[in-house]
Ligand binder design. Structure first.
Ligand code: ZN
Length: 128
């Protein structure tokens, strides 16, 4: 199963009764294991969480902190890009060259990198 297949499968579990915009994300950690997440909405709208955040939480809970590759998929008019907040969340654990595959459920894909989506990212080195 490819990383995109994993994202496509977890998307089916998304809890999106308000927007009906289901998103699936899968991330490959440095240990070679894929972790996945889906968006989880809430009646108090701002409390909802993105698919990427769920995948990152699963990875960190498993003791991993390094992302090598990402896949995101939604039923969208174009390959769905991570939102701004998720770009920052991904940059925390991924190098700028980490590949991101963005996809639609209809089968269109586009590849980019964490660095291309968030140039000049704020990071831990900015805190010192
Ligand atoms: Zn997001």
């Amino acid at each position: 199963m490819t990383l995109l297949d994993t994202a496509r499968a977890v998307r089916e579990k998304a809890y999106a009764p308000y927007s009906n915009f289901k998103v699936g994300a899968a991330i490959m950690a440095a240990n070679g294991t894929a972790y996945s997440g889906c968006n989880v909405e809430n009646a108090a709208y701002p409390e909802g969480t993105c698919a990427e955040a769920g995948a990152i939480a699963a990875m960190v809970a498993a003791g991993q902190t390094r992302i090598t590759e990402v896949a995101v998929i939604a039923d969208a008019p174009r390959p769905v890009p991570p939102c701004g907040g998720c770009r920052q969340k991904l940059a925390e654990f991924a190098g700028p060259d980490a590949k991101i595959t963005m996809a639609t459920t209809a089968g269109t894909t586009e590849e980019t990198t964490v660095g291309a989506l968030l140039p000049g990212a704020f990071g831990a080195s900015d805190l010192t």
